[in-house]
Write a protein that binds this ligand. Sequence first.
Ligand code: AMP
Ligand code: MG
Length: 397
Amino acid sequence: MNQGLLSVDEALLRLLAEAKPVAEVEEVPTLEATNRILARAQRSTMDVPPMDNSAMDGYAVKVGDPPRLKVTQKIMAGAVGTKLAPGTAARIFTGAPIPPGADAVVMQEHCTAEGDEVLLKRTPKPGEWIRRVGSDVRKGGEILAAGKRLLPQDTGLAASVGLKTLPVFRKIRLGLFFTGDELVMPGEALAPGRIYNSNRFTLRGLAEVFGCDVRDYGIVPDSLDATREMLRRAASECDLIVTSGGVSVGEADFVKPAVEAEGRLLMWKIAMKPGRPLAFGSIKNSFFIGLPGNPVSSFVTFLIFVRPFLLRTQGVSQVEPKSIAARADFDWPEPDARREFLRVKWNAQGGLELYPTQDSAVLTSTAWADGLVDNPAQQPIRKGDLVRFLPYSELYW
Ligand code: AMP
Ligand code: MG
């Protein structure tokens, strides 16, 4: 039944075989490096914390000294104390360096201050409430691996070892255009027969999620010349061109002949639902991926094909999305002969609900959902079955 159709996995293999990581590396301020891909592993040139310091507000003491001690100094975070004489204690605050001669901190809740003395109500253990030098990061140790997408906690970690800038891969220049004489932009009058260009919003938003430098060329009329001209322009400015619509074999589908005239094109009919036709090719030094026009199809095919292509091009090695084995709280008795990506949502019982209409033109399903169930061809789902769930949170990177 799937004769002539390419499997999703085979299409992905073919796509990824062509994706080459961008070579250009740029040094960006660590403060602006969130969501960029680290080009080289980073090592620390220092210990963190750089010195033994107090984990609590309290008193720095020498274990074995009597419980009543004279308080001879006060050490705040950022200050440095002096050597602790026998029989004395230092008032100390969180983050402040442990003075020489002290080997424990007693938290202030376990002390009574009496004039210039302190009475320890607990016997300290050696090392108690002391954060040791290098206990977070060791000098010379790797803190971040190459190819890692930098999250806020990663740039924080880089800053904690004093890295002011980080080497990251150049952003991918992604060109987008949208074919269809029926398309108008929100804000324009909707003449009879027209629809709004919703794909522009969905696909541009996705391109931004994946950290691209987006070149949005807007709507291109259904004509061979206009499509060719736009392809030439986009190819001269972009690493990858993604289009929506015009890749079927209808009379108004000019993307295929236009790409063939300007470069090379492979047309794949993919065994997936939604989103059967996918075009892949290249024009000069730029790759081309033509997505179907149906809003759900273009959304899903972007996540399944463009996403891993973009990640691989950005130097990310692990491009397979993480999935969850989740319980279906719905029946899907008549599965398709093609692998399906169903729009589903978590319910309060921790199971998945199905959006009632799985039609590829019903964009509401994608906005309602929390992610997609990746259902193998011809596999019925019964309530209670475990299914492969791809949450948007895992697909959005
Ligand atoms: P096509 O792939 O060009 O045949 O388009 C398939 C369906 O998707 C048609 O119903 C189009 O009107 C619709 N469509 C195409 N492009 C867009 C777009 N940018 N936004 C919303 N719907 C679209
Ligand atoms: Mg069209």
